[in-house]
Design a binder for this molecule. Structure first.
Ligand code: 4AD
Ligand code: MG
Length: 438
């Protein structure tokens, strides 16, 4: 009690075997066995089994620990010792402890070790984040985001973030969230930073933006959120082939980072890592025409000219052990800005990457129209308000060049890495048609 002991995170507790240390955390669980209690402590970096022996502790302290309630906050001090049977391989023999806040029995922690329904857990998302599985998923998410940033930062891309409030629709007018505040013009939450990225690429060459994007998705699916994070690179003097090359490199790099640094989390999630180890270049590349043929053979109702639904994407990806690139979709199912194939005007120089194991489209992108007259025609055909795009048209007047880029959705990528049924657990506070709380 009177000697100073260093405070250490549980993750590093094993490095202090044989020494006394202090750990500040919360009670994850408590096992009792007669004159010994085993408080399981978590601190955000790991879980440590502690041991409190009645004969070796002050009686009041032993009683306090014995009657401690789940998720009470406490600071413990004691010696760390190797113990093969303990989770993590180490245990702590408690010498002293201070309870910071005791959760009262009258209002106990709502999430108990028993099974709860997903709606109940989502309503308690602010607490659910403390559980092992959610903790593992968000750890993988952090690694994915770090990997994405490291990839772009080390490949000559400048980070230029784009606005959230925008006057123009990028991905079609059906999924726009209107914001009722600004004077004089209609303003929406951004669906994509792409249009600004294009301006930034003309200023910096290679850029990326990385932030939240919004889609008023009317459908409730396991792949759609109304608020999701997207990373979007954009390159001047670039073509569809550059998009394919960069997307492939990025994905191989980020999967490698997750495998290298998050083995513990993947094990907690019981993820089959062999499926992730198979993610190597080159990825298979097929055209939309071939994709439609494959789908028809598999019994899909798809006809040439239609867009793929979620089921079609799953069917297509079944044939491959890594993401499949599907290019040259019909222009009419794609956004207004896609450059048409010079050899086949009816198809767009765009590509979607469909993840294996049925995780759907993780990347969408392609080459942009760089000709002013063609772009003007498309803006008219899509009935977009020209005034909102005047600045965007300037990019085609002042040094226009072929350019290309893509967007990758973080949550779909994380769902794939973790092997999750549903995208909702890949973000701390998911936003969906029927969920805006907590
Ligand atoms: O295919 P999308 O709509 O492409 C764009 O927004 C382009 N402007 C990007 C660009 O070229 N700069 O979206 C890109 C990716 C999808 O492949 C998917 O991973 C993700 O964003 N995504 C969603 N993720 C979760 N919920 C949704 N509702 C999503 N919509 C798209
Ligand atoms: Mg898309």
């Amino acid at each position: 009690m009177f000697t100073h002991v260093p405070r250490v995170p549980i993750r590093h507790a094993g490095e202090h075997a044989g020494q006394s240390v202090e750990i500040a955390g919360w009670l994850y669980n408590l096992r009792k066995s007669g004159k010994i209690v085993f408080p399981l402590l978590r601190d955000g970096t790991g879980i440590l089994q502690c041991v409190a022996v009645k004969s070796e502790l002050d009686e009041a302290l032993f009683e306090t620990l014995k009657n401690l309630t789940q998720e009470s906050s406490l600071i413990v001090r004691g010696r760390v010792r190797a113990e093969a049977r303990a989770p993590g391989g180490f245990e702590m023999d408690i010498e002293s402890a201070d309870v910071v806040q005791r959760v009262p029995e009258s209002d106990p922690y709502p999430i108990t070790p028993k099974e709860h329904g997903v709606d109940f857990l989502m309503d308690h998302r602010h607490l659910w984040l403390r559980s092992k599985r959610q903790h593992a998923i968000l750890g993988v998410r952090h690694e994915v985001i770090r990997g994405i940033r490291d990839y772009f930062d080390s490949h000559g891309f400048t980070l230029v973030d784009t606005p959230i409030f925008t006057p123009a629709a990028c991905e079609g007018t059906t999924t726009l969230f209107e914001v009722d505040y600004f004077e004089g013009e209609k303003v929406y939450l951004t669906q994509s930073g792409q249009l600004y990225n294009e301006a930034n690429a003309m200023a910096f060459g290679k850029v990326y933006c990385f932030g939240p994007t919004f889609r008023a998705e009317k459908s409730k699916t396991r792949r759609h959120l109304t608020e999701f994070w997207m990373v979007e690179p954009e390159m001047a003097y670039a073509t569809l082939d550059d998009v394919k090359r960069v997307a492939e490199e990025l994905i191989v790099f980020v999967v490698g980072r997750v495998l290298e640094n998050r083995g513990r989390e993947l094990a907690e999630l019981e993820r089959d890592t062999a499926r992730l180890e198979a993610i190597r270049a080159p990825f298979p590349r097929i055209g939309y025409d071939e994709a439609v043929e494959r789908l028809k053979r598999k019994g899909s109702e798809i006809e040439w000219g239609g867009d793929f639904g979620g089921t079609d994407e799953t069917l297509l990806s079944e044939d491959f052990d890594r993401p499949v690139m599907v290019d040259r979709y019909p222009s009419r199912v794609k956004a207004f800005y896609f450059q048409p194939d010079p050899e086949r005007a009816e198809v767009a120089l765009g590509v979607d990457l469909l993840a294996p194991e049925g995780y759907g489209e993780i990347v969408g992108g392609g080459q942009r129209i760089h000709d002013l007259d063609l772009l003007l025609r498309r803006i008219e055909e899509h009935r977009l308000p020209r005034e909102a795009f005047e600045w965007y048209l300037d990019l085609r007047k002042y040094g226009s060049v072929p350019h290309a880029g893509f967007g990758m959705g973080v949550e779909r990528f994380v769902a794939w890495m973790c092997g999750l049924e549903h995208i909702r657990e890949t973000i701390a506070y998911p936003r969906m048609l029927n969920r805006t709380r907590p």
